[in-house]
Structure formats: structure tokens, C-alpha cells
Design a protein around this ligand. Structure first.
Ligand code: SAH
Ligand code: SF4
Length: 417
């Protein structure tokens, strides 16, 4: 008898594993494809709803303790800016948070998922944040020029070739970004992050990671064939400390759910050996690294993990990371007033990353109870951005999403009011 637990569920299984499972029940392999379609594509919460599977298989799966494994929406909070924060509960009663950010897939939109997308479609150029980059920088960036062309061809149909104006281009609308959790809590203990206050309770299974996304897609009736959705692994937890399950979730999302790897970004606090592993993955999201400081002295204070892998080691891994053609690595930098936001910090940061094909995402600190930092003045954030961009590195200011409902970066701690 297969021993898959309900907690793990069908959502954790690759097609090969599903094939093994149905064969153990004496069913032909094609049943695996039917099962996969039912859970990953049709997002069926229970096999009872699936009509094309034999009743005997469904009952034997149930008797074997095998369920689909979707998390339950325990609570849902809607922000004035359209962001929705979900509290998702798993079979063992543990819960995490998942965030839906409508139209949130540009650099200024708060999710970081723009990393690298400029090569593909040019949508992001309409983001006002980008226009703040000095023209000297813009003019040297060929992918940017390409994006301008793309944007024109999308927004101005008169400029399209005749054949296309007769048959409109199938422009996929930008819909939203989903920010997903990888662990219950987090062990990394960054001093500015509310998730850190929870400690780490456990890793999520691949199915629990995929399940968060499917539940949100279902809640918004998303048709992935027609709408564009990005995924950022930037919720609760450190994805690279749950590396195998995280990578399995990525493969399931690509192979079974139908997401493009280029529509996903993972953020790590800097687990150096896993950055090397990640670089060797044949299918992988884009990489963002939470740098947050220009030197070890400051980083040590705010991110104790620096004692294990210092900035030299981290930047060395970043330097060796095998970027795809025209892909850029993203460095995230949370600005904490009076700690890491001075002009000399900006210049030091630019000096240290100047030889890496990267962009910098600036995040003004999102405050929360029990976290002893404050937000910098907006002017300070703009100055920081200007210095970085003038050094030739694209820099974006991440717009906080859903601060009013504790959904913004670093605010995920299962707040229930
Ligand atoms: N654990 C991973 C991914 C989740 S955190 C990581 O740390 O990279 C996602 C981003 O939120 C990180 O860049 C982190 O530095 C940032 N962050 C954490 N707490 C924050 C806060 N209070 N305000 C603003 N950003 C914060
Ligand atoms: Fe964990 Fe990321 Fe928060 Fe650090 S910033 S405690 S790594 S979730």
C-alpha cells in the first residue's frame, strides 16, 4: 500500500511518481495524467469532484490516506491597494501567508518579479520608477531600447505592420504577482523581519508550496492561458533552507501547472552553497539576493547569517552565478533609517557589485511591532536610487504593497486582525 500522507498529498507528486502510484493500484499509467490534470490544471480540491476517474480508484486512494492536499484559506485580508493577504492552513494545523498583488509585476510594484522580464516583453518599461533612471544609463542599455520598441508596438497599433493590424497580436495581460511562502516561520533571524520572530516551525512540502499558488489562482478564477501571473518566492521562510522541496515545487509549477520559469523569482538571504546548486539547475526561477548592507560590519548586525557566509563569499557566489543571456541578478536592499542608508553606504554598495550584471531593488523598511528600526525619509530613498543608477546599475524602488493589512515585505507573521 502506498504510504503518501494526506498532508503531502497528490500535489507533491511528479508525473512519474503519480504513474508509480496508480500502477501500484493496478491502474494504467494514463490515469496519472488524468490525476495530474485534475489537481494541477483544474484545481480540484477533492477527487470526488473528478468524473473521469474510476470510482474504485478514487475510493482506494482515499482508503490509502491519499488526498489532494490543498491548503485551506483560514483568513483573507484585502488592502486598499487591491493586495490580498491569505492565511493558509495545512492538514497539521500549521499555517503560512500567501499574497496576491494585482498588476504587481513591475519593479516599482513591490514584488521584485521584474528581474529579467525586460528581455521578454517590454511591459515593465511603462513603470514610472524606471523613468527616473538617468538617460545616460538608459541610453547604454540595449535591452532597454528593445523594450521601448516593444512597448510602442504593443501600445500603438498604428505602428504595427499591416498584417498584424488585421490580426491583433495575442497580447497577454499583466494580471498579478503571487508571493508564496516556503517554510512555516524562518530560522535566519534577520533583525528587521517580522517573520523571524516566529522562529522556524517546519519546512513546507512541494505540494504545500504549489497548493498556495493554486488556491490563490482558483480564488481569482485565473486562466493561465490568457493571463500573465508572476510568482515570487519571497513570503515566509528561506527557500534555500528548504531547497529540495522548493525546487520540486518549481518543477511542478513548470511541468504540471504551466508557469514559465522566467515568470518566477526566488529570493535568498544568502545561503551560499545553495546558490551554487541553484546555478546548476536546468530549470530555475530568476535569482534575487537580499544584500541589505554594503559591508560585513553592518550586515552582521542586521543579518546574523553574515557570520556564516560573509559578503565576500556571497558576492563571489553571485559573480560566478551563470546568468542566462541578458538576465540580471537582483540585489534587494532594505533601507533602514540611520543604519545602511547613508550616501557612503550607497557608494560602497555600488563599488562592490559594479562587476556583476545586476539590478538593485530598494525596499524602504516596513515597520512592525517588536522590530527596532524605522523607515528612511522618502527623499533619502530617492537619493540612494540616484547614486546607484548614476554608477551604472539600474535601481528600482519597490512600492510597498498591502502595508495596511500587514502584507508587505517582512510583515508576514500570521497577523490575524
Ligand atoms: N527569506 C528570503 C525571502 C523572503 S523575505 C530572503 O530573505 O530573501 C523577502 C524580502 O523582504 C527580503 O529581501 C527581505 O530582506 C525583505 N524584508 C524583510 N523584512 C523586511 C521589512 N521589515 N521591511 C522591508 N523589507 C523586508
Ligand atoms: Fe527569513 Fe527572509 Fe525574514 Fe531573513 S528576511 S528572517 S531570511 S524571511
Amino acid at each position: 500500500m502506498p504510504t503518501t500522507s494526506v498532508q503531502t498529498g497528490l500535489l507533491s507528486l511528479s508525473n512519474e511518481e503519480l504513474s508509480d502510484l496508480v500502477q501500484k493500484f493496478g491502474e494504467p499509467r494514463f490515469r496519472a495524467r488524468q490525476l495530474a490534470d485534475a489537481v494541477f490544471r483544474q484545481r480540484r480540491e477533492s477527487l470526488a469532484e473528478v468524473s473521469n476517474l474510476p470510482a474504485s480508484l478514487k475510493s482506494r486512494l482515499a482508503e490509502g490516506g491519499i488526498g489532494v492536499g490543498f491548503p485551506k484559506i483560514e483568513a483573507k485580508f484585502q488592502s486598499v491597494d487591491g493586495t490580498v493577504r491569505y492565511l493558509m492552513a495545512f492538514a497539521d494545523g500549521q499555517s503560512v501567508e500567501t499574497v496576491w498583488m494585482p498588476e504587481g509585476d513591475f519593479g516599482e510594484a513591490g514584488d521584485g518579479s521584474e528581474a529579467g522580464t525586460e528581455e521578454e516583453d517590454g511591459f515593465w518599461l511603462s513603470a514610472s520608477g524606471f523613468r527616473q533612471i538617468p538617460s545616460a544609463v538608459r541610453d547604454t542599455d540595449s535591452s532597454t531600447r528593445q523594450s521601448i520598441k516593444n512597448e510602442e508596438s504593443v501600445s500603438n497599433p498604428e505602428r504595427r505592420p499591416k498584417a498584424e493590424s488585421r490580426k491583433p497580436l495575442p497580447v497577454r495581460r499583466s494580471r498579478a504577482t503571487i508571493c508564496v511562502s516556503s517554510q512555516v516561520g524562518c530560522a535566519v533571524n534577520c533583525q528587521f523581519c517580522l517573520t523571524a520572530l516566529l522562529g522556524v516551525k517546519r519546512n513546507l512540502s512541494a505540494g504545500e508550496i504549489v497548493g498556495q499558488i493554486l488556491v490563490v489562482l482558483r480564488d481569482h478564477s485565473v486562466d493561465l492561458g490568457r493571463e500573465r501571473v508572476n510568482i515570487v518566492f519571497m513570503g515566509m521562510g528561506e527557500p534555500f533552507l528548504n531547497y529540495d522541496n522548493f525546487m520540486k515545487a518549481v518543477r511542478l509549477l513548470v511541468e504540471e501547472v504551466g508557469f514559465a520559469e522566467s515568470r518566477m523569482t526566488v529570493s535568498t538571504s544568502g545561503i551560499v552553497p545553495r546558490i551554487f546548486d541553484f546555478g546548476r539547475e536546468p530549470v530555475r526561477p530568476k535569482l534575487a539576493i537580499s544584500l541589505n548592507a554594503p559591508n560585513d560590519e553592518i550586515r552582521d548586525r542586521i543579518m546574523p547569517i553574515t557570520r556564516k557566509w560573509n559578503l565576500d563569499a556571497l558576492l563571489d557566489a553571485a559573480r560566478q552565478f551563470p546568468l542566462r543571456p541578458r538576465e540580471r541578478l537582483t540585489f534587494e536592499y532594505v533601507l533602514l533609517a540611520g543604519i545602511n542608508d547613508a550616501p557612503e553606504h550607497t557608494r560602497e554598495l555600488a563599488r562592490r557589485v559594479h562587476d556583476i550584471r545586476c539590478k538593485v531593488n530598494l525596499i524602504a523598511f516596513n515597520p512592525g511591532p517588536g522590530v527596532p528600526y524605522s523607515m528612511p525619509e522618502h527623499q533619502r530613498v530617492l537619493e540612494f536610487q540616484t547614486i546607484v543608477t548614476e554608477s551604472g546599475i539600474p535601481a528600482f524602488i519597490r512600492r510597498p504593497r498591502g502595508r495596511d493589512i500587514y502584507a508587505a515585505c517582512g510583515q508576514l507573521k500570521r497577523t490575524v486582525a
